[in-house]
Design a protein around this ligand. Structure first.
Ligand code: NZQ
Ligand code: ZN
Length: 385
């Protein structure tokens, strides 16, 4: 096991009918900017609950944060934060709203061009406006991590940053808020959670048996609960279990001391930046092909997963077991309605392979847990999508 340090400063408030508790988490003397997306919170009653809870607070609003939140939009909120002397940000909505709010929090205190936050991956953030959230979509784990992913329309780029300064002070997770999710978003969230777990699990083994069991346990739970929730979108227990899987899927607790990959996300972000497909869609397409490309490096973990998750015979050769995991994972995505080919999303694979491999070449970046996924591999991976 590798050495590690871990601190998770976010207070979680989890459960049915917990939104009203927001009033106790933000001091009355704070001037709040409440951020949200395209209006789902108005339709499902979450907006009303928040406003009722904060009726004695000072609350300004900033709506219209898009899925894959855009730098250009977020900079308008940064202006409001500065002009109005906002000293607390409250994100109400999905991962995009929360990621956007993390960016606003950091950009409002940043000296220089805020796009550099993304170019430097957050390394030079020295301060941020405090923030909390009411998260309404189980997917990103953003409610318990220090990361955010921001897109820029003008350059068709999508980059992540991380900083301890943008950990939410609190996150309120009421699984009932997810009853209103369109099925497409429920499925995206399940795929995202699956792939987060795999980016941390399916690498090479450094003797982390407990972490491996946790991660495979998460996957087994997620697959079971996914079926239930798709059959009955108002199954509270299933919604709650899915949300808890999503939060644990990317609070980095499960993979402490492990080796991580993240190449599927890096390639997926480029597909979203260039062609606009959803994050979850991009991951379902790329993951099986990354695994095929680096099967030898990932063999032990993929083989173990075939036995523990997919019930394969442990005495089969590891090579065959790894193939079983690749095939069955792709089938699982398809079984919950997430298509896994670029052509399913009207994307020309040779266009994508050429453009995206070129981008990694220009940035001089290799991907994967061994840094051995070269731009040429990226080309091959996408040609297999
Ligand atoms: O904008 P509104 O009207 O709120 O509608 C949203 C949006 O259209 C809707 N929605 C959210 N909660 C809802 C709801 N509709 C009905 N009922 C609800 N309860 O769902 C749509 C998608 O929302 P979005 O926030 O974009 O989805 P998600 O949470 O999947 O976030 C995706 C973004 O997160 C980034 C992705 O790259 C993408 O930009 N990621 C962030 C990570 C992190 N911070 O650690 C890690 C991830 O790997 C991921 O990259
Ligand atoms: Zn993701």
């Amino acid at each position: 096991m590798n050495n590690f340090e871990f601190q998770a400063p976010t207070k979680l408030i989890f459960g049915a009918d917990t939104i009203a508790k927001v009033k106790d988490e933000i001091p009355l003397d704070k001037k709040i900017l409440m951020t949200y997306g395209g209006g789902s919170i108005r339709k499902n009653g979450v907006y009303k609950q928040v406003m009722e809870a904060l009726k004695n607070h000072t609350v300004l609003e900033f709506g219209g944060i898009e899925p894959n939140p855009k730098f250009e939009t977020l900079m308008k909120a940064v202006e409001i934060v500065k002009n109005e002397n906002i000293d607390f940000l409250l994100s109400v909505g999905g991962g995009s709203t929360l990621d956007g709010t993390k960016f606003i929090a950091a950009a409002a205190k940043y000296e220089g061009d805020p796009w550099n936050i993304l170019l430097n991956g957050g390394a030079d953030i020295k301060d941020a406006i405090p923030l909390g959230d009411i998260i309404t979509l189980p997917a990103t784990g953003s409610e318990m991590n220090s990361g955010a992913v921001i897109s820029r329309i003008s350059t068709q780029e999508k980059f992540a940053f991380h900083s301890n300064f943008v950990y939410p002070k609190f996150s309120i997770i009421d699984p009932k808020t997810t009853y209103s999710l369109p099925e497409k978003q429920t499925v995206n969230g399940i795929v995202d959670t699956f792939v987060h777990t795999m980016e941390q699990y399916a690498t090479y083994d450094v003797n982390t048996p407990l972490q491996d069991e946790w991660m495979l346990g998460l996957i087994k739970t997620l697959m079971k609960e996914a079926k239930k929730v798709l059959q009955n979108p108002t199954d509270y227990e299933a919604r709650a279990n899915i949300f808890w899987c999503a939060t644990c899927g990317l609070n980095y607790w499960m993979s402490l001391g492990c080796i991580q990959d993240w190449s599927t996300h890096m390639i997926g972000h480029e597909l979203t930046a260039l062609y606009g497909i959803d994050h979850g869609e991009s991951l379902a397409v790329v993951l099986p092909r990354v695994w095929k490309n680096k099967k030898n490096d990932k063999m032990r973990k993929l083989a173990k997963m075939a036995v523990e998750v997919y019930g394969a015979n442990e005495f089969l050769p590891k090579n065959i077991l790894a193939d079983i995991t690749i095939k069955k994972t792709q089938k699982f995505f398809e079984s919950i309605g997430r298509r896994t080919k670029l052509s399913d999303y009207s994307i020309d694979k040779s266009d994508a392979a050429t453009k995206i491999s070129q981008r990694f070449k220009e940035r001089a970046i290799n991907l994967g847990e061994k840094g051995n996924i070269t731009p040429e591999d990226v080309y091959e991976i996408l040609m297999n999508c």
